[in-house]
Design a protein around this ligand. Structure first.
Ligand code: FES
Length: 107
């Protein structure tokens, strides 16, 4: 894996997602509580594949972000779209080291 720093967690504004520009793409980072009770960060492409609305602005319901424009839903862990697999978004592994958040951009 190739980890790329994307910022300090304490400086991220989760509303509900935090958008960050990384190289040539926009990524949306979300917080989610895992089954272990711990908080995890999840990262997906920020642009909705339907009409490019920023997914970082979407509400999160049961592990899915709901696009604010036409309400399509995307699983934050898998990127799966509820409308069809051709609309799935890419997800990225995330790790937090101290306060620094890193993602792996390499597929
Ligand atoms: S732009 Fe996201 S569902 Fe239409």
């Amino acid at each position: 894996m190739t980890w790329t720093p994307i910022g300090n967690k304490s400086a991220m504004r989760f509303e509900p997602g935090h958008a960050v520009r990384v190289q040539d793409r926009w990524i949306a980072v979300f917080r989610q509580q895992g089954a272990d009770g711990a908080e995890h960060l999840l990262a997906i492409d920020n642009a909705c594949p339907h009409a490019s609305a920023p997914l970082c602005d979407g509400a999160v319901l049961e592990g899915k972000v709901v696009c604010s424009l036409h309400l399509w839903q995307f699983d934050l862990r898998t990127g799966a779209c509820d409308v069809g697999t051709q609309w799935n978004v890419r997800t990225y592994p995330v790790r937090v080291r101290g306060d620094e958040v890193e993602i792996d951009l390499v597929p």
